[in-house]
Design a protein around this ligand. Sequence first.
Ligand code: SF4
Ligand code: FES
Length: 257
Amino acid sequence: MATPVLDKADAAPEPGFADSPYITVTFRVRRFNPEVSAEATWEDFQLEIDPKERVLDGLHKIKWELDGSLTFRRSCAHGICGSDAMRINGKNRLACKTLIKDINPAKPITIEPIKGLTVLKDLVVDMEPFFQAYRDVMPFLITNDTNEPTRERLQSAEDRARFDDTTKCILCAACTSSCPVFWNDGQYFGPAAIVNAHRFIFDSRDEAGEQRLEILNDRDGVWRCRTTFNCTDACPRGIEVTKAIQEVKRALITRRF
Ligand code: SF4
Ligand code: FES
């Protein structure tokens, strides 16, 4: 008797393929190359990918297997360096901290550069205005000591706790580039610079709090904040950005910090 031929669909799956985690996902990426066109365009890429992987893994797949010209920043790939903030499905996130399964892979996933900063190419923006605002608030310890101490400057646990939240900033710009005031006027210092000023204003070892407050009392300083909370929602480090801005405003009014 002839051996019945099994239809492929009835055949036992080959080992290792029975529970393939891969799905097909569309990455819809905003492309811009000033050497080719003055206009940005959307480009779709179909990827076979495990939804438990991150958006950054998908971007790597595109760059390494489909289109080497795709341009984006990343360094640590683990939420530490702050270099891969981008707008994913309309929200600022770190590509390396965003799992594909968490952002509805059944629909195309849109990926754009963060807003409010000049796009240089694809997902890369000019971060210089952002870092200039950071430098302007003097993000380093300043003391009036004439004699440098020979040992570390001590601080109580309570004093340390006052600025603990704002030490977590990784300068990713997700907050500043989600702020409508910053979109309208790039001169505004922006949430990240204020967060980093807060980190030193409320440090009991620092002696330049008044100077930093005066810098933020400027026309483009802390009073531009309209308390929209976009910054707090966007921060991948969970920093209470709006609260920090409010504390700086209060310090400006009371001159107590
Ligand atoms: S405060 Fe948060 S969102 Fe803003 S730059 Fe720092 S880590 Fe990024
Ligand atoms: S690559 Fe460093 S934070 Fe994402």
